[in-house]
Write a protein of this length. Structure first.
Length: 191
């Protein structure tokens, strides 16, 4: 039995049809592809909306923080100005008190010197040598009275302590301590 050529053609055609049926349809691929693209686009749109909402919240938060900062800065500037005014008032008052203390200390020194001069009457008949020695004695007595009056202060100063330390230890103001030390130095120069 011999096969004829037309049988070969029929068999090849049948095989081609079966093969074509087994292949997936290109239309279904396109449909699936379009569904995937739509899902991705939907997801991206949702993601972009979330990012836009978060950005809006951040912008509002930054704006609120900026307003809070401006308010706090204004309050701090006002407080700083009040403190500067208070400092100027205190510096003025301090300088007035120091001037008053200097004036009082100089008046006390003059009064002590006058008291020493009146306590020791000098005879007018004596020579210049006696008057010079009595003036030296008056200055020495004045110096001893300042050093004896502020013995603790001078003891701490001779130990090399600072004016701040002496002020804390004796309870006296720094300006007063400086004035007493300056008066003592002036009296030492006179001698």
């Amino acid at each position: 039995m011999g096969f004829q050529p037309w049988i070969y053609l029929v068999i090849l055609g049948a095989i081609a049809i079966v093969y074509a049926l087994m292949l997936p349809k290109p239309q279904s691929k396109t449909a699936n592809h379009e569904e995937v693209v739509q899902e991705i686009e939907g997801t991206l749109d949702h993601f972009m909306q979330e990012i836009a909402a978060e950005n809006e919240q951040l912008v509002q938060l930054v704006g609120q923080m900026k307003q809070d900062f401006i308010v706090k800065q204004t309050i701090l500037q006002e407080k700083n100005e009040r403190l500067e005014q208070r400092l100027e008032q205190l510096e003025l008052r301090c300088s007035q008190l120091e001037a008053l203390r200097e004036q009082t200390a100089s008046q006390q020194a003059v009064m002590q010197a006058e008291a020493l001069r009146t306590a020791e009457p000098q005879p007018e008949a004596t020579g210049e040598a006696e008057s010079a020695s009595s003036a030296d004695q008056a200055q020495e007595a004045e110096e001893q009275s300042i050093k004896s009056r502020y013995a603790e202060l001078f003891a701490l100063h001779e130990q090399g302590k600072s004016i701040d330390h002496i002020s804390k230890r004796t309870g006296m103001n720094r300006g007063e301590i400086g004035l007493i030390l300056q008066l003592a130095k002036q009296e030492e120069r006179r001698v």
